[in-house]
Design a protein around this ligand. Structure first.
Ligand SMILES: Nc1ncnc2c1ncn2[C@@H]1O[C@H](COP(=O)(O)OP(=O)(O)OP(=O)(O)O)[C@@H](O)[C@H]1O
Length: 303
């Protein structure tokens, strides 16, 4: 369902009726009926209206999801609501996901950056920790905005670009921001996909995943493992992998999971033991779901 409330509000402000707008812009009455029913209208018509009202097409309509969690996050994100679930997701997931990868910022410092865009610099905080924290906030926004889209290489690369842009590494010729790795790397002491193997293997991984008809939590956890084993990017694979899981949980109406830094060792064991025992990683992710469920209950969001 699509809400055209902003469009209707702008019409009102101009003192125009819907009929007057159809005449003014040469729009069919069928299009107006679609707006009334909350259905999607052609992009070129929306563009025409946007030019007329002097705004962007995206401002005129918003997709309303029947997924209560996703819609709550979108509503709170759009009005930048302080102290709600969106706010807590941003702070807690960003803090934990960055801390797992060695960021020196504390949860309080992460919270301060989100809330005030300032940082209380403790001793020896690397600039990249701060940049990647702000980038991670934007990456979560991207997951919320793109939640319902199919998972593609372009979306995954964009997550990497958002996360790693403007960092020290991004100025290195061999470090590809928003693109697959150029140099071989290892994870947990094990070989990962060679740079030339990454694109074909990612295509297979994605086409197998997208071919499933009803994606479950187990599919998302399996995808996370397969993605981490490929390690497609030079750096940032852990965070991009967890952001993909967030997007996919929101897409399929599943409770997302936040892996807490304190559970890092269980998470790493889960990944390294996956081929032998899938229960370790599964239990860690289910525990991360409980963390998120507790947050939802604070805000009375049914889970
Ligand atoms: N044994 C393992 N098998 C598969 N994946 C693993 C294993 N150990 C760790 N990982 C994954 O790799 C991520 C970290 O990888 P690494 O330390 O190489 O950092 P990275 O690729 O630079 O990315 P980031 O800095 O965001 O984690 C972990 O967060 C986890 O998701």
């Amino acid at each position: 369902m699509i809400s055209y409330s902003v469009l209707l509000q702008k019409l009102n402000e101009k003192g125009l009726t819907k009929t007057a707008l159809t005449r003014e812009l040469g729009i069919s009455s069928r299009t107006m009926a679609k707006i009334g029913r909350g259905e999607k209208i052609a992009d070129h018509v929306l563009e025409k209206m946007a030019v007329f009202f002097g705004c962007s097409a995206g401002e005129l309509c918003q997709t309303i999801s029947d997924n209560v969690l996703l819609q709550t996050l979108r509503d709170e994100k759009n009005i930048r609501m302080p102290g709600g679930l969106y706010h807590e997701l941003q702070v807690r997931m960003t803090y934990n996901s960055n801390h797992i990868e060695g960021s020196k910022l504390s949860e309080d410092q992460t919270r301060l950056i989100f809330e005030t865009n300032t940082v209380d610099v403790g001793e020896g905080i690397p600039v990249d920790d701060i940049i990647e924290t702000v980038n991670h906030f934007r990456a979560i926004d991207f997951c919320i905005d793109m939640a319902e889209e199919p998972l593609t290489e372009d979306i995954i690369k964009e997550l990497h670009r958002i996360l790693k842009q403007s960092t020290k590494n991004s100025s290195l010729a061999w470090f590809a921001v928003g693109d697959y790795k150029k140099r071989a790397n290892v994870v947990g002491g094990r070989e990962t996909a060679k740079p030339k193997e990454v694109a074909p293997r990612m295509k297979i991984l994605l086409s197998e995943y997208e071919a499933k008809t009803d994606i479950t939590m187990n599919d998302i956890i399996r995808f996370h493992y397969e993605f981490e084993r490929l390690h497609p990017f030079q750096d940032g694979n852990g965070r991009v992998g967890r952001l993909i899981a967030l997007k996919e949980c929101l897409r399929f109406g599943l409770i997302p999971f936040i892996i807490e830094d304190a559970k890092k060792l269980y998470y790493y064991r889960g990944l390294s033991e996956w081929e032998r025992e899938k229960g370790y990683l599964t239990d860690t992710c289910l525990d991360g779901q409980d963390t998120f469920r507790k947050l939802m209950s604070i805000f009375d969001i049914p889970s």
